[in-house]
Design a protein around this ligand. Sequence first.
Ligand code: GCO
Ligand code: MN
Ligand code: MN
Ligand code: MN
Length: 386
Amino acid sequence: AYQPTPDDRFTFGLWTVANPGRDPFGDAVRTGYSPVEAVKMLAEIGAYGVSLHDNDLVPIDATPGERDRIVNEFKRALEETGMKLPMATVNLFTHPVFKDGAFTSNDPRVRAYAIQKTTDAIDLGVELGASIFVLWGGREGTEVDASKDAVEAMKRYRESINYLCEYARDRKYDIKFALEAKPNEPRGDIYTPTTGAMLGFISTLDHPDMVGVNPEVAHERMAGLNFYHAVAQALECGKLFHIDLNDQKPGRFDQDLRFGSEDVKNSFFLVKLLEDYNYQGPLHFDAHAYRTEDLEGVREFAKGCMRTYLILKEKVKRFNSDPEIQGLLQELKHHDAGVPGFDFTYTPAKHQALKAAQFDRDGIGKKGLAYEKLDQLTMEIILGVR
Ligand code: GCO
Ligand code: MN
Ligand code: MN
Ligand code: MN
């Protein structure tokens, strides 16, 4: 049981299992999986596919000939294993040219180079079969607000995303963009820091239908927010194009922990949301194995991410078919039996009905809602005794 298969649509960033465990205080502790090794290992343990940044596969200084050789070798690995590549992205953060931002840089040469690099990365993604292109603005922010007009930065950001949409349309690419928010790190502050902020920004674009979000557990939780709520809002407005699954203690540096290893309860409600509302995109892990691990440990980490998702999925089924829990939920519905002649849409006549309605304010206010019991039953499902 809990053995993943490609039908489960689990994917991993190449950068996750390639991670050598370097951190700001310490050197690499392992040689991570190379792109071809990663594809083979992940196929063996039941993943559906992988995703990549341009430079996870093709070094930034590769010649066109080297690029083609590397891409062809990688394509062969995908074909041999049957692994898919539903998402691609671009690295706009490692090279020093991006030290003060990419699309929002003050320097028009940097902004133009960022667009050039991104359109090349889109070509690469499409060549490998991607239909989602993620944009994470890791360096789009500041430490020194005197240096950059934040209003101007938003305009530059919009101009760039509009350009990319036009490019994809012109090329007739079947690709959509997913914007990933993060509040800080590597910048002191990053623009459009939450999924909600991204949703607001998207509505100002020329082709908002082509652009959605890629929320990440760790990033909302760094900001102290409820990830389940953030994803629900995106899903409800049809903007959940992709998702980065991992885990995180609130208010810390970006930990990118193994999925479900930290906040089991919030992970449970996240899985419930994705399953109950039939999210059909990739279940993508953007997480890292602990720095204590060797390659075998990285493989265990990847298996753990998928296994925990499947365990929580089974818990969701239990929750949804638990008679006592469902009974409590039914009773809650019964409470809002409604108001005669009123249905929450405005017409003058319905508003007359609302005006005439009598509300038992005190009675409603006094009645307990049994949430203690509901939550305890939920916990007992999660804890495995129910
Ligand atoms: C991070 C981000 C990245 C992005 C990746 C894809 O905090 O480092 O989560 O891992 O997801 O760059 O755009
Ligand atoms: Mn992260
Ligand atoms: Mn990260
Ligand atoms: Mn991410």
